[in-house]
Design a protein around this ligand. Structure first.
Ligand SMILES: Nc1ncnc2c1ncn2[C@@H]1O[C@H](COP(=O)(O)OP(=O)(O)OP(=O)(O)O)[C@@H](O)[C@H]1O
Length: 360
C-alpha cells in the first residue's frame, strides 16, 4: 500500500524562539524525497520537528504541506497536530502500553474520526504492508526493539500522512538490530509517496536513509546536498568531524593554498580565492623523522591523542600549520612500530593528490 499522494511536498520557513535560542530554517521536501536533518546537540533539530508537528507555534514564517497551509505567523494560522496529516515516529516509539499493536496502529485513524471497524481494517492493512500482521494481538511490552520500530512506523503511516517525521528512528536499537532495521526502513521509506524528514545524529543512518542531507548548527542551515557531496566536501568543522575528514580554510592560488591558521598546503586541483581543503585521515602518513621523497605537504607536530578506530588507530596531531591540527589513521602495527605517545613529536605528510580543494 502506498500512502498519501500529495500534490506538493513540504514547503516551510520555520522561525521559532526558545529562550535565547532561535531557529531560522527554510526546509522544503519534495513528495517521495527523504531528507535527513543533522546537527550537533542543541542545534534545533527537535525544535524543528516539534514545530512541523504543531507542538510549537511559529513566531515567524509559514508551513505548507501538500498545498495546505498548516501554519502562518502573519495570519496567526496554527492547525493542531491532528489536522496536519503528519505521521511522527518518536525516538523511543511511545507505543501505548495498555493497547494491542492493532489498536496502537488504529489510534491515529480513530482520532481522525474514522469509525472503529474501518480504523482497525486500515491498521491491519498497514501491519500486513510492513510484514508484521502476526503482531496485531501483541502488547508493546512483548515486542523486540526492531518489532517496536516497525509498529511505530505502521502507526505513523496509518493516518495516511503527507509528511512522515522520524526522530532518531534507530537510536533505541542495539548495533546488530540496527543494521538490519536500517536496511528495512530504507526500503519502507522508498515506498512512501509523501515527504519524509529523518532527524538523526548518526551520519551512517543519514547517508543510508536519505536522498538529501540538511545540516543545521545553532538553528541555522550550514550545508545541504546529496550525501555523497556533503561527505566529500564538508563546509564546517562539525560536518568534517561527522564524516571523518580533515578540513581547513584558506586562500588558493593555483595548487597552493595559504591556510587561515598559517602555513601552506598543496592541493590536487588549481583554484583561485577563498577555499576549503579536505583530506582523509587514512591519506596521512606519520614518521618519526622528516620524510624524504615525493610528498609535498610535510608538517611537524605533537601527538595530541590516540583513539582506536575500527581495526586501526586515529592519531590527533596538533601544532601543524600554525595552531591547526589534523587526524591521521594508521594501523595498529604502524602505531607499535612508531611507538607514538601523547605529547611526543611526529612528522605528518599527505600527498597533494589526496587533498581536495573547493570554493568556500
Ligand atoms: N522550552 C525551552 N525553553 C528554552 N530553551 C529551549 C527550550 N527547548 C529547547 N530549548 C533550547 O533550544 C535549543 C535547541 O534545542 P533542541 O532540543 O531543538 O536541539 P537538538 O538539536 O534537538 O538537540 P539534541 O540533539 O540534543 O536533541 C537548545 O539550546 C535548548 O536549550
Amino acid at each position: 500500500m502506498v500512502t498519501g499522494t500529495p500534490a506538493a511536498g513540504l514547503e516551510s520557513r520555520l522561525g521559532v524562539a526558545r529562550g535565547a535560542f532561535r531557529l531560522e530554517l527554510a526546509l522544503d521536501v519534495a513528495p517521495g524525497e527523504v531528507v535527513a536533518l543533522l546537527g550537533p546537540n542543541g542545534s534545533g533539530k527537535t525544535t524543528a520537528l516539534r514545530t512541523l508537528a504543531g507542538l510549537i507555534a511559529l513566531d515567524s514564517g509559514r508551513i505548507e504541506l501538500a498545498g495546505r497551509v498548516l501554519a502562518d505567523a502573519d495570519s496567526a494560522t496554527h492547525r493542531p497536530p491532528y489536522e496536519r496529516r503528519i505521521g511522527v515516529v518518536f525516538q523511543d516509539y511511545l507505543l501505548f502500553p495498555h493497547l494491542t499493536v492493532l489498536d496502537n496502529v488504529a489510534f491515529g485513524p480513530r482520532s481522525q474520526q474514522v469509525p472503529r471497524a474501518a480504523a482497525r481494517k486500515l491498521a491491519h492493512a498497514q501491519l500486513s504492508h510492513l510484514g508484521i500482521p502476526e503482531l496485531a494481538g501483541a502488547r508493546p511490552v512483548s515486542l523486540s526493539g526492531g518489532q517496536a520500530q516497525r509498529v511505530a512506523l505502521a502507526r505513523a503511516l496509518a493516518v495516511q500522512p503527507d509528511l512522515l517525521v522520524l526522530d532518531e528512528p534507530l537510536a533505541a536499537l542495539d548495533a546488530r538490530t540496527r543494521l538490519h532495521v536500517r536496511g528495512e526502513l530504507r526500503r519502507q521509506l522508498a515506498e512512501f509517496a509523501g515527504a519524509t524528514v529523518v532527524v538523526t545524529h548518526d551520519p551512517v543512518d543519514a547517508i543510508v536513509l536519505a536522498d538529501r542531507l540538511v545540516v543545521i548548527e545553532d538553528g541555522r542551515l550550514v550545508q545541504t546536498g546529496e550525501p555523497a557531496e556533503v561527505t566529500r566536501r564538508p563546509r564546517t568543522d562539525y560536518v568534517a568531524r561527522l564524516v571523518g575528514l580533515n578540513l581547513a580554510g584558506g586562500r588558493a592560488r593555483g595548487h597552493e593554498v595559504r591556510l587561515d591558521g598559517g602555513g601552506v598546503i598543496m592541493a590536487r586541483d588549481a583554484l583561485d580565492g577563498g577555499c576549503l581543503v579536505a583530506f582523509r585521515p587514512a591519506a596521512v602518513s606519520l614518521f618519526l623523522a622528516r620524510p624524504t621523497g615525493s610528498p609535498r605537504n610535510i608538517w611537524m607536530g605533537t601527538v595530541g591523542g590516540l583513539e582506536p578506530h575500527g581495526d586501526g588507530v586515529r592519531v590527533e596531531v596538533t601544532g601543524v600549520w600554525g595552531d591547526g591540527s589534523l587526524v591521521a589513521e594508521i594501523t595498529q602495527a604502524a602505531l607499535a612500530e612508531l611507538g607514538l605517545r601523547v605529547g611526543g613529536e611526529v612528522w605528518a605528510s599527505v600527498k597533494a593528490s589526496e587533498v581536495d580543494v573547493y570554493p568556500s
